[in-house]
Design a binder for this molecule. Structure first.
Ligand code: NDP
Ligand SMILES: CC(C)=CCC[C@@H](C)[C@H]1CC[C@H]2C3=C(CC[C@]12C)[C@@]1(C)CCC(=O)[C@@H](C)[C@@H]1CC3
Length: 337
């Protein structure tokens, strides 16, 4: 999902369910004069989300655009449409993300329950999940393309709408506390080999955000990463069926008392995304991940935590992703590299 503020008003682009839709609702509750644009792969679902938002905020300006971040062709087309439609984008929320075929490692879960790291295990899901990734029509790993590279190409394509020194814009990546350095390898940054493509892609997001700040702050573009916490959405219903999560709810409320990262509802999960919208860009820490938190008593707040990365590795990854961009552009825009 994407968000921005246009010179002729606020403009946001988001998705049709989950944390993205909750963010749109919260943004409109705060200011229904904001201009939103939802970028979604499925136009029927986009229309449904738009109608839902308009039914509670009839005077809102909510646009939609077709964008599949798992397809370079679709991203290029979406960027073209957006450039025809808007003069400036102020907030771009990069929300779309997938975790295909997740499997729970029961042995690690049981072992973790009796370890000293039980709280951090629940907060990050570290070592508890594996995924089965696939290759897209573009020849890229699906999780990498959807969670990282498709967004990156969109940003590059929208550069003229995003980079304004006198009126800075913001990129907001939906990362995760599941992002893990040990799941990521610069030599295999698409994660072709392993079974933790989700962790790897979210770590790649964190690296990329840091590099984008180094590259674009002087041009008036700032990048931040958030973790919405554990939220009940289609993504988590892919891990366990919804009735199972309902059964687990009393335990999750108990765990929330200790971690504050079990935000559970999409409203709570959108806390850090909304908070970032209201901050002065220059005051944000490029090395922090902003976590949505919910206390045991249900109070929402935002906790910035330093990310486990450094400038050198973020720049090395940026170099790799620029090389990949060149290759892809050669294929999609012959004569343009
Ligand atoms: N739920 C959680 O506990 C957590 C989620 N996150 C992250 O939050 C983000 C939102 O996820 P969440 O709301 O939970 O899950 P959902 O599955 O509800 O939302 C994911 C959104 O991404 C869209 N999407 C997926 N693939 C593509 C694509 N190729 N092109 C365009 N849109 C796409 C989906 O669209 P469609 O409806 O068409 O499938 C959907 O709207 C993700 O990046 C996720 O990794 C991070 C931490 C925790
Ligand atoms: C809650 C109980 C008692 C059991 C569920 C165990 C796991 C399925 C669950 C525990 C921590 C969860 C978790 C995630 C998925 C489900 C768990 C592993 C995430 C990895 C989902 C996606 C994210 O981005 C992370 C922020 C989540 C971290 C916690």
């Amino acid at each position: 999902m994407f968000a921005s503020q246009g010179s002729d008003g606020w403009q946001t682009s988001a998705c049709k369910s989950g944390i993205g839709l909750a963010l749109c609702e919260r943004l409109l509750l705060q200011d229904d004069q904001i201009r939103l644009c939802l970028a979604c792969r499925n136009m029927q679902r986009a229309e449904a989300a738009r109608s839902a938002l308009l039914s509670s905020h009839p005077s809102a300006d909510v646009g939609i655009v077709q964008a599949d971040v798992g397809s370079i062709k679709s991203v290029l087309q979406a960027a073209k449409t957006l450039k025809e439609r808007y003069k400036q984008i102020d907030y771009l929320y990069l929300n779309a993300g997938i975790m295909p075929n997740p499997q729970i490692n029961l042995k690690a879960l049981v072992k973790g329950l009796f370890s000293r790291n039980v709280i951090s295990m629940f907060a990050s899901g570290e070592g508890l999940l594996t995924q089965k990734d696939s290759v897209t029509e573009d020849g890229l790993q699906e999780v990498f393309e959807t969670n990282v590279f498709g967004h990156f190409i969109l940003i590059k394509e929208l550069q003229t709408l995003l980079c304004h020194v006198d009126n800075p814009s913001q990129l907001i990546w939906t990362s995760s506390s599941n992002a893990r350095k040990s799941a990521f390898s610069l030599a295999d940054y698409q994660h072709r080999q392993g079974q933790e493509s989700y962790s790897s892609s979210k770590y790649a997001t964190d690296l990329l955000s840091v590099a984008l700040n180094r590259q674009y702050n002087k041009e008036g573009l700032y990048s931040s990463v958030v973790c919405p916490g554990l939220v009940m959405t289609n993504l988590t219903y892919g891990i366990l069926p919804s009735f199972f999560w309902t059964l687990l709810m009393p335990i999750m409320w108990l765990i929330r008392v200790f971690t504050n990262s079990f935000t559970i509802s999409t409203y709570n999960g959108a806390e850090a995304l909304l908070w970032l919208f209201n901050q002065k860009l220059e005051s944000l820490d490029p090395l922090a991940k902003y976590h949505s938190c919910t206390s045991g008593l249900g109070r929402n707040y935002v906790k910035p935590l330093r990310m486990d990365l450094d400038d050198a590795s973020s720049l090395s990854f940026y170099g790799k992703i620029l090389d990949l961009e060149k290759q892809i552009r050669k294929r999609f825009v012959p004569g343009n590299c």
